[in-house]
Design a protein around this ligand. Sequence first.
Ligand code: ADP
Length: 160
Amino acid sequence: MIRAIYPGSFDPVTLGHLDIIERASKIYDELLVGVLGNNTKSPLFSVDERVTMLKEVTKHLDNVKIISSDGLLVDAAKENDVQVIVRGLRAITDFEYELQMAQTNRMLNKDIDTMFLTTSVEYSFLSSTTVKEIAHFGGDVSKFLPACVVDRLKEKMIIK
Ligand code: ADP
């Protein structure tokens, strides 16, 4: 049995993330989606809010489980008996950072490998940051996000 983890900030989860989750869930027996604290970004949504949205948008996928961790990714992977880290690659600009992360994680734990899924073309430009920027200026984000996430983002922008 192969259990994989797809880690990220998911602030918030986009259709690009969901595409990777759906595809990875078909490849691996079990897929954990890990909301990980990222100390270089200040998030719009709390970890609990991000976990709730991910649970909602993945409820049709039986072998997907959402977890959160504020520690090192390799430690969360080891604790959960995970053999593979899944990451998405959008463009060549993602590659340098992703390569560095994958090699670092392999130095930290040689038993855990990183595997990359390339983005579906229609989502290749999509990032949570861009979506938040569009929403901030009142633009329509419904093409980029699952419907329930659109509502949460609108609420958040009104509250802010
Ligand atoms: P992080 O802060 O760890 O980069 P993100 O939530 O921004 O977390 O992204 C998590 C993972 O999903 C990363 O591997 C990222 O490259 C990938 N990803 C983000 N958006 C897309 C997309 N539109 N298509 C494919 N992969 C994506």
